[in-house]
Design a binder for this molecule. Sequence first.
Ligand SMILES: [Ca+2]
Length: 202
Amino acid sequence: MVAPMVTGVVALISGKYPTLLPAQIKSAILCGVDTYAAFNGYCVTGGRLNAYKSLQLAGNCYTIDTSKNWIKKIEPGTAVVDFKPQMRATSTAYNTEVVVRKGGSSGAIKTSGAIATGDDVQVKNGAANAGTYTVRIRGDASADGYIDIDDTLVVREVMFGTTTLTGVRKEAADANRDGRIDIDDTLIIRDHMFGYVLINQN
Ligand SMILES: [Ca+2]
């Protein structure tokens, strides 16, 4: 009786989120199960289908910029413990583990706190590497995972030439995504802090 139920959840997810890849729908379903020790070894996930959780995971999938291997659509203040299951559901490989390293591939493994711009994310499928990505949270110029006054200070340092940012840090500092790092970015970061606007993480 499992196949028709899973098929029903596939239809539910693809109906609500038609842009998801088939492999992402599969990941969302496999990652959304309720696990039970008694199921260990009897099925791929060791768990029971949960349509609600799978639908939630599918709706919150991150976006991978495949040209740069950056992860987008992560909201500022997302905890590492919440990020990891969502990243598993986002990956097109059904994977067993997500490893987060602070500030890059040689950084310390992060198990708590907030996921931040510049963090290195490795998705492991068993022993194989299913993908290595870098986190990009637009507006998080200071790379601590939050959007606050520190980010406006970093943007100001870039404007004055006392700090130079490259790669994902540079893109994160361009909070209003106009290709420049200038006073307008400090203003949109401030407006985000005060709740007047929400910086778009797409
Ligand atoms: Ca800008």
